[in-house]
Design a protein around this ligand. Sequence first.
Ligand code: HEM
Length: 166
Amino acid sequence: MGFFNQLFGSLFKKPDAPALTAEQIDQIQASFAKVQPIAGIAAEIFYARLFTIAPEVQPLFKGEPGSPEMAEQGKKLMATLAVVVNGLKDLDAIAPTAAALAQRHVEYGVKPEHYDKVGEALLFTLEKGLGDAFTPELKAGWASAYGVLAGAMISAAYPGYRRKAA
Ligand code: HEM
């Protein structure tokens, strides 16, 4: 049991909740593959939603909404999400990447509290992109997967930060 799994087992999972199962991971990977061909549109939906529910984070981004810079930013986000999603079965392998990404985010002015908003915008985007295929079970899987990633990024970049209990 490695670093990520320990985190998942202790900090980010209610003691009685099931871990992310291999089946859930398969579903998440298959659903993300469906979103990838429309990655550009998905990224637009994502930022539009994020800036609606968390307008305070918009100034952290250099590009204006709808600008080529934001399109570029959207591509980077989707590419990085692809790495994470494809690595869900071996979280220890992506831990150093996630930690470095989180450290860079501190420099962008990102606060731990922003992670939940990004998670919300991500789930919204998947719901729009996948329609009926975004079943409650799949949504729960994505929510846990994002929770693991965000939790690990937050503990790597903001030592001592305690998330409010949900
Ligand atoms: C948890 C998953 C997240 C992923 C996978 C992700 C991915 C990325 C990537 C790939 C970049 C490009 C630059 C780099 O690699 O350092 C980036 C930049 C950035 N991200 Fe994230 N991010 C995440 C969370 C967040 C959160 C919670 C915020 C809070 C608002 C945020 C705000 C930003 C900002 C402000 C930039 C710099 C934009 C610019 O230079 O214009 N990200 N992100």
